[in-house]
Every structure is written in C-alpha cells, then in structure tokens.
Design a protein around this ligand. Structure first.
Ligand code: ADP
Ligand code: MG
Length: 288
C-alpha cells in the first residue's frame, strides 16, 4: 500500500505546481514559523525592463554601452541579463561575441569585448573596489542598477525595473494569518529591497546579500528557534537550501539547487507554498 502521507503529498503536488522530493517535507511544512524568500522571480515576476541607460564618459554613447553590455549578458541567465539583451534586440543592435566570459558570484559578470575588459556589476562590487557610486544612479524609483566598468573605469550604468507578482500579496496574507514570519534575502540593492518589503508588508529583509551569506541568515533564524523554510534558485543557493529546515527550489532553478531542495516550486509562485502549508495543517489536524 502507498503510505497515506505520500498519497496526499502527491495529490497536493499535482494540483499546486509543487514537486515534493523529500517525503517528510509535506508533514514538516506545517511547522514552518519563518519563511525566507528570494526576491527576483519569486516575490517579483523576474521580468526586468530597462528604464535608463546613462553614460558618465563622453567617449561612449548609451547605444555603445548597451552594445558592450549585451555582449556579456547574452552569456548570462540572470533575469537582469535577459532584460538587457531584450533592449539591445529591440534597438536592432548587433551584439558582439564576448571572450573569456565569467560570472562574478553574486556581484555581476565580466568578459572581453573588442579587446577591452568589460564588467557589469552591482553597487556592492563598486563599494568593495572603493569606486564611488554615482548618486544620480539611484533616482526616486526603486530600480535595480548595474554599473559598467571598462578596463576598471566606471563608464555608466543601466537601471532596470521588475514588478511584484500579484500572488505574492495574497500568499503573504495567508502566512501572516498563520503567524509565519515572512522575510526576503536578495542580492539586489537596499532601495529595491526596501520598496518590495514595504509594498508586501514583510517582517524583515536582507539586501545586497551574497550567496554564501544566505546560509548565515538561515542559521541565525534557526538559532532564534525558528523553523525555517527558504526559497532559492541557482547553484549558489544550494548550501542555504540544505541548511533550511524546508528548502524550496524555485521553478527555473538549476539542477544543483533542485537536488538539494526538499520541494520544487514549479511555477515559482509563493501562493503554492501558502496552499501547501494550509493543506498540511488541515490534513494533520484531522489525522491526530
Ligand atoms: P538575486 O538573485 O537576489 O538577484 P544575485 O546574487 O543573482 O541576487 O545577483 C546579485 C546582484 O549581482 C544583482 O542585483 C546585480 O547587481 C548583480 N548581477 C548578478 N548577475 C548579473 C548579471 N548577469 N548582469 C549584471 N549584474 C548582475
Ligand atoms: Mg539569484
């Protein structure tokens, strides 16, 4: 006979865009007291549109900046990269092929284009390298801003905007009703993190978090006695997903993240986690 829990969790999965990899995850889900979400593609749609391209060096036009940056970004799978490449295509820019493409973990990408070294990086990277972040880069809007360095000289920046998923607010309402603390850890800048956090009424957020720091955030919550569920994508999130009491890999997540996770959130939709928790609570309250 198929154990009841397995049968139930299979049914829940099928209906709700969840894949439960660990047999105990369904039962454990009702113990969750703190949920740590990633932002891009989970709480937000993960569909970035370019809002501004600014150069701070007269030798480069906005189109030239976009041409160089899109060369790097066509080799990246980050939602920021998709937004940049879409913009270049929209403008019919011929995208060159980069050489020696490399990701700078949690901070950006780099490669050679036309014999120059191009880096597209986060504000955190500039701070680490003691490069002054131009104040004008952060306007009044909550935008994700990436900076462009050519041979280590700051040339300009590109601002992008993403939108919050409508399902996020509904899911968070359910979590709050069930006394689950909802938090967000993102590699994105403070301004964006704060805007998303207040729009959704989150209990807390962590901005400019590097992948390895997510493990520490999970551990700190566990040390406070929380039973922590965490969502994540990408190879870099695997250690934090393993540390979490319930690790949830989101849909487009890489194989490594998915292999470490207890649950796979096929449609990256937070509402599916809310349904799982409610269904778990209802099921076990009837059984006991
Ligand atoms: P998150 O998943 O929260 O977006 P990441 O670790 O993936 O965090 O990225 C953190 C930051 O690193 C981004 O906000 C961006 O500034 C920079 N970054 C990462 N990948 C790229 C990329 N392909 N192009 C430009 N910037 C990037
Ligand atoms: Mg990421």
């Amino acid at each position: 006979a198929i154990p009841l829990v397995v049968a139930i969790s299979t049914a829940v999965s099928a209906q709700n865009g969840l894949l439960i990899r660990n047999r105990t995850a369904f039962e454990e889900s009702r113990k969750i007291s703190a949920l740590l979400f990633d932002k891009t593609g989970t709480l937000t749609k993960g569909e970035f549109g370019v809002t501004r391209i600014e150069t701070i060096d007269d030798h480069y036009s906005a189109d030239e900046l976009l041409r160089l940056v899109s060369a790097l970004e066509q080799s990246s799978e980050h939602p920021i990269a998709v937004g940049v490449v879409n913009k270049a295509k929209e403008k019919n820019i011929t995208i060159p092929t980069p050489e020696n493409f490399q990701a700078i973990t949690g901070k950006g990408v780099k490669a050679q284009v036309d014999g120059k070294e191009i880096k597209v990086v986060s504000p955190g990277y500039l701070k680490d390298e003691k490069v002054t972040v131009p104040e004008a880069a952060f306007g009044s809007a909550a935008e994700t801003v990436v900076f462009v360095l050519i041979d280590d000289k700051l040339i300009g920046y590109i601002a992008l905007a993403d939108t919050i998923r409508p399902e996020s607010a509904r899911a968070i309402h359910v979590f709050k009703k069930n006394h689950i603390k909802v938090m967000m850890a993102t590699g994105d800048n403070e301004v964006v993190a704060k805007a998303v956090s207040s729009a959704l009424g989150l209990d807390n957020y962590y901005a400019e978090v590097l992948p390895h720091q997510k493990v520490e955030v999970v551990k700190a919550l566990q040390a406070k006695g929380e039973f922590v569920a965490m969502t994540g994508d990408g190879v870099n999130d695997a250690p934090a997903l393993a540390q979490a009491d319930v690790g949830i890999a989101v849909g487009s997540g890489t194989d490594v993240a998915a292999e470490t996770a207890d649950i796979i959130l096929v449609n990256s939709n937070p509402q599916d986690i809310a349904n799982l928790i409610l269904f778990g609570k209802a099921t076990y309250s009837k059984m006991i």
